[in-house]
Design a protein around this ligand. Structure first.
Ligand code: LLP
Length: 438
């Protein structure tokens, strides 16, 4: 890195007097030494600040009649659920595993929302038995199975219904979910969503609270949520007209994009929420529909920039006339996002070498050529075995998507606070890897 002059990607990244990269004020070279690599770091202060950005904006715009849910698929482990509880967030979960993790951390069951397009009977039973707050029901099969399970438990389960508004948020295909042909939810356009609502209202053990939609992830377009409101509020009004039922809740899902590289925009989340609130109020007033209790469920924008991953360089390979590689002690097992989506990342050398840089493909140690963390990154020409490199903005969808491919243990998660650091998830051992083998 050509030094101090360079503006770092995010305010929690800097260099200290020794030229070492710092994250949340901690020296990354020292952290790598203390905890080993590969190492997931999480800036607890930033994590809490991100929650408060949403919570404060929601309070300002809606008073108490709104709730932010953290989409815990972005990063799910006990300590994060504890922090979410402390910050007054609800959580969005998608499996019995996430629910169990949340509950075992003491997260309040009534603040848990349960999503998923293909919940199993076991998932449904687990969630009902634990009296989670709300199911986001995806389809009629689930509706009927849940009604039966709630009946057995003698409860009336609160639900939202997932519908697809037919909005294309212009993000990447794997995370584009609001279109009519999505595997998630019932389409408004085809009339299936209206039938879904009718079915839901007929279930004696379910209390239909409202609608849910989620149009996509890593969304930057300013008008995406406004256009979604323009479909959802008229649909709520149509339900009132056709079925005589005024649904009191609207959940617009997650999705605000984050800054992975200097080319990405920094979204002003409070400003965006103010626009969404103003639009929702205007649209509701226009249709004389009571302002719904408003929910959103951000994941990435809560945790992404609170994360960083440290690696140790293992090999440097130069192929004259072709390309150069830096191979590290992690890769697609702890961060599959380039392999899956060609996601961009910013990479820094942990020491500040004032020297020319060369373009290297940063690759992992996994046995396939697609194991690329990031192609063509600029790193000091003299980079060598034992050096530490940092990949930024890895807080979302890294730890939670990690695998044991090649039987490589997953890294620990270390939380950073102004006072120090502590382990939230310990490093997997070789014994852990064989723990399930009979
Ligand atoms: N709500 C629902 C129903 C969702 O499906 C998602 C993400 C969210 C909320 C949170 O969206 P966010 O605020 O994080 O954009 N593995 C992919 C991302 C998959 C997103 C799935 N759903 C990635 O690494 O980019």
């Amino acid at each position: 890195m050509q030094g101090e002059m360079q503006k770092m990607l995010s305010g929690n990244i800097d260099r200290n007097e020794r030229g070492h990269l710092t994250f949340a004020g901690h020296d990354t070279v020292a952290l790598a030494e203390q905890y080993g690599t590969p190492l997931y770091l999480m800036d607890e202060t930033r994590l809490r600040e991100n929650c408060r950005l949403y919570r404060d904006a929601f309070r300002r715009c809606f008073g108490e009649n709104a709730q932010v849910l953290y989409a815990s698929k972005a990063a799910a482990f006990r300590q994060i659920y504890r922090i979410m509880a402390e910050e007054g967030m609800g959580v969005d979960t998608v499996s019995a595993g996430e629910i169990r993790t949340a509950l075992s951390a003491g997260f309040p069951a009534e603040q848990i929302y349960f999503h998923g397009n293909c919940k199993t009977d076991a998932d449904i039973r687990c969630a009902v038995e634990n009296r989670i707050g709300c199911f986001v029901v995806d389809n009629v099969e689930e509706l009927l199975a849940l009604n039966a399970e709630a009946g057995k438990a003698g409860i009336r389960q609160k639900i939202l219904l997932r519908v697809t508004p037919g909005i294309d948020p212009h993000t990447y295909a794997a995370v584009n979910t609001g279109c009519v042909d999505s595997k998630f939810g019932a389409a408004i356009e085809t009339g299936q969503a209206m039938e879904f609502v009718r079915e839901a209202l007929a279930q004696p053990n379910l209390e239909l609270r409202g609608l849910h939609c989620h149009v996509g992830s890593q969304v930057f377009g300013e008008d995406v949520y406004l256009r979604t409101i323009d479909i959802m509020v008229p649909f709520l009004a149509e339900i009132r007209e056709k079925l005589g039922c005024t649904l009191p809740e609207l959940n617009l899902g997650g999705g605000y994009g984050v800054r992975y590289t200097a080319d990405d925009e920094q979204i002003d989340i409070p400003a965006r929420i103010a626009e969404v609130a103003a639009h929702l109020k205007a649209k509701s007033a226009e249709l004389d529909f009571p302002l719904p209790r408003f929910l959103m469920e951000p994941g990435r924008s809560i945790v992404a920039d609170a994360g960083m991953t440290l690696y140790t360089v293992g090999t440097v390979k130069r192929i004259p006339g072709y390309k150069n590689y830096v191979a590290i002690d992690g890769g697609m097992g702890d961060n599959p996002r380039f392999a899956l989506y060609e996601s961009r990342y910013t990479v820094y050398h942990a020491e500040n070498r004032e020297e020319p840089e060369t373009a290297f493909d940063l690759v992992g140690r996994y046995c396939e050529s697609g194991d690329i963390v990031q192609p063509a990154v600029s790193l000091p020409d003299s980079i060598r075995r034992g050096d530490i490199v940092a990949v930024c903005t890895t807080g979302a969808y890294n730890y939670s998507m990690a695998s044991n491919y090649n039987r490589i243990p997953r890294p620990p998660v270390v939380m950073l606070t102004p006072e120090g650091s502590y382990i939230a998830v310990r490093r997997e051992t070789l014994d852990d890897l064989t723990a399930l083998d009979l």
